[in-house]
Design a binder for this molecule. Structure first.
Ligand SMILES: Cc1cc2nc3c(=O)[nH]c(=O)nc-3n(C[C@H](O)[C@H](O)[C@H](O)COP(=O)(O)OP(=O)(O)OC[C@H]3O[C@@H](n4cnc5c(N)ncnc54)[C@H](O)[C@@H]3O)c2cc1C
Ligand code: FES
Length: 279
């Protein structure tokens, strides 16, 4: 059992939890994830290691409440426990030697982008962060990004905070003003990552994306997380989750991501009803 040491609401749908998991904390690196199970009959869901503290043996996760399991996870209080918390899984982000990097986070993707920006900053890279949200109520991690970046830009779809527009608008402006990025690292909705890659391809900038397909076992055995990358089949849980964005077949990933939409919707409604009855 893994004790929840701290729980904090970052916005109405996003929560941060600090979990006591010393063995995971000891080995965790930026870009890796854990798979958790809330209770014995629960499904396994992957969440990125947003931060870790090797001294105190804790791992931080930041999750958006989107469906059954994240709703159930969010019912747990400080000092209560999560049944399984397996990791670190996946390959760490390959950031060695990068000097000038633009890290882009979209929505809750910022939780995945943050540890990478932090690791880049700690190794002395020049870090530019562009974070984008639908509106001001959904903004997370701005103070944290400012602490680990040399330049930080905030955009929102409706202009209610930061500059009105998309992350790609800022990226284009920076490139056209002469920013020479060795690499762009983009993490967020598939459609955002697809458009970032289309833009960076025009400027010949290497772009890494973090892919979040449905995962079941997280060990390369079930095939649930398969993706086409450069015409080859890859498994995001063991070959990724980071991939060369210019090689990823985003259209296939978007279509595969929608496979269980109806089932997920039913489970979400049933869980909502159950939690309302219990309240
Ligand atoms: C490597 C990786 C890292 C991730 N990191 C984060 C993170 O740090 N924060 C965060 O909020 N979310 C993260 N996700 C997405 C997170 O796993 C899903 O939001 C979660 O599984 C939703 O489960 P649910 O039962 O609450 O929702 P459901 O209603 O079951 O699903 C809602 C949506 O979540 C996704 N999803 C559902 N089940 C899975 C699954 N087993 N594996 C992957 N995706 C699933 C699907 O896109 C689905 O349409 C990550 C996914 C992957 C693959
Ligand atoms: S989650 Fe099963 S192969 Fe990746």
């Amino acid at each position: 059992m893994y004790t929840i040491v701290k729980k904090e609401r970052l916005n109405p749908t996003v929560t941060k939890m600090v979990v006591l998991a010393p063995k995971v904390a000891k080995k965790a690196k930026a870009g890796q994830f854990i798979i958790l199970r809330v209770h014995e009959n629960g499904e396994r869901i992957p969440l990125t290691i947003a931060d870790y503290d090797r001294v105190n043996g804790t791992v931080t996760i930041i999750y958006q409440i989107v469906g059954k399991t994240t709703m159930l996870l969010n019912q747990l209080k400080e000092q209560e426990s999560i049944l399984d918390f397996v990791g670190p899984l996946g390959k760490p982000s390959n950031i060695e030697g990068l000097k000038n990097v633009c890290v882009i986070g979209g929505g809750v993707g910022c939780a995945i982008a943050y540890p990478t920006a932090k690791a880049l900053h700690e190794q002395g890279s020049n870090v530019t962060v562009i974070s984008g949200f639908r509106n001001k109520d959904l903004v997370i991690l701005q103070k944290e990004f400012e602490q680990v970046s040399d330049h930080s830009y905030l955009v929102s779809d409706d202009g209610s905070t930061g500059k009105k527009g998309l992350v790609t608008d800022v990226l284009k402006e920076l490139i056209e003003q002469g920013s020479q990025f060795d690499e762009v690292i983009a993490i967020g909705p598939l459609i955002m990552m697809k458009f970032v890659c289309q833009m960076t391809k025009q400027y010949n900038i290497k772009t890494t994306v973090s892919m979040n397909p449905i995962m079941i076992d997280g060990t390369g055995m079930c095939g649930g997380c398969r993706l086409s990358v450069g015409g080859k089949t890859c498994f995001a849980c063991v070959d990724g989750p980071d991939f060369d964005g210019n090689l990823v077949d985003f259209d296939e990933a978007i279509s595969r991501g929608a496979t269980y939409k109806d089932f997920e919707q039913k489970e979400r409604e049933a869980t909502c009803n159950l939690l309302q009855k219990e309240a």
